[in-house]
Ligand binder design. Structure first.
Ligand SMILES: Nc1ncnc2c1ncn2[C@@H]1O[C@H](COP(=O)(O)OP(=O)(O)O)[C@@H](O)[C@H]1O
Ligand SMILES: [Mg+2]
Length: 239
């Protein structure tokens, strides 16, 4: 069997809060293969976002190992970590985190500024990504001129612009109504079919059913890791 794309071994993350220690992650071991679509559920405070920040190399664990695409994060150089964050991984959040004064196109072109081997045709790449998420006709709109679902699709286009292997989406439908959320989920499924590995945190059991594999967290641990044999495939957006 080939190496998993993501491997976590005995991960812990402790936060000191005054005299107390919060065990946000309390011994998480997990392998995710290339091309998987994994949903993570669990009560608020169970460690879901903490795991995402660890896998995304945005913070370091207290103990344990993370290997992403063959790179052990604990041993990686600063430039390898920057590459991983900027290129191997795309992030999507609940609050779209778009820059309000920039058009959709400029929001999507932004991450490429941080890329060392900048793509030759920045705008062309950003335009392609906006078309991919069904926003070819909204490129010059400001975030305030778009619906929540459209803003989230801009954020997804921004996450795609450096051709990531992995999309980490932390409650991406949490700020959307269920119909708009379903459109965003259909988009994630289409991207997964194109080969992108997706990890999606959600409170919504219906949204989790879009994934082939569902993990459940409680108190910083994985308490269930199930194959979902009843995958929900919402109709794609009419854009
Ligand atoms: N930066 C931090 N400082 C202190 N405690 C934190 C920090 N980040 C998360 N925590 C705590 O770790 C636990 C897990 O948080 P989190 O991963 O955000 O949970 P979830 O995403 O499942 O709601 C919670 O008790 C939370 O308060
Ligand atoms: Mg969270």
């Amino acid at each position: 069997m080939s190496e998993p794309l993501i491997r976590c071994r005995d991960l812990t993350k402790h936060f000191r809060m005054g005299s107390e220690v919060v065990r946000a992650l309390d011994g998480v071991s997990l392998d995710i293969a290339r091309g998987e679509f994994v949903a993570i559920m669990g009560p608020s405070g169970s460690g879901k976002s903490t795991l995402m920040t660890m896998i995304g190399a945005l913070d370091t664990p207290t103990s344990g190992d993370i290997i992403i695409d063959g790179t052990a994060l604990a041993e990686a150089s600063p430039s390898a970590l920057a590459d991983l964050r900027g290129r191997t991984i795309g992030f999507v959040f609940q609050q779209f985190n778009l820059l309000s004064r920039l058009s959709a196109l400029d929001n999507v072109a932004m991450p490429q500024i941080y890329r060392r081997d900048a793509v030759a045709d920045l705008r062309g790449k950003a335009i392609d990504c906006l078309k991919r998420v069904g926003l070819g006709d909204r490129m010059h709109h400001l975030p305030s001129e778009m619906s929540g679902g459209q803003q989230q699709r801009v954020a997804i286009a921004r996450a795609l612009v450096n051709d990531p292997l992995i999309l980490l989406a932390d409650e991406p439908t949490g700020a959307l109504d269920s119909r708009t959320g379903a459109e965003v989920i259909a988009l994630f499924q289409a991207l997964n079919r194109e080969g992108i590995t997706i990890i999606l945190v959600t409170h919504d059991a219906q949204v989790a059913r879009a994934a082939r594999r569902i993990l459940r967290f409680r108190d910083g641990r994985i308490v269930a890791d199930d194959v979902n044999t009843d995958v929900w495939t919402p109709a794609p957006s009419a854009a």
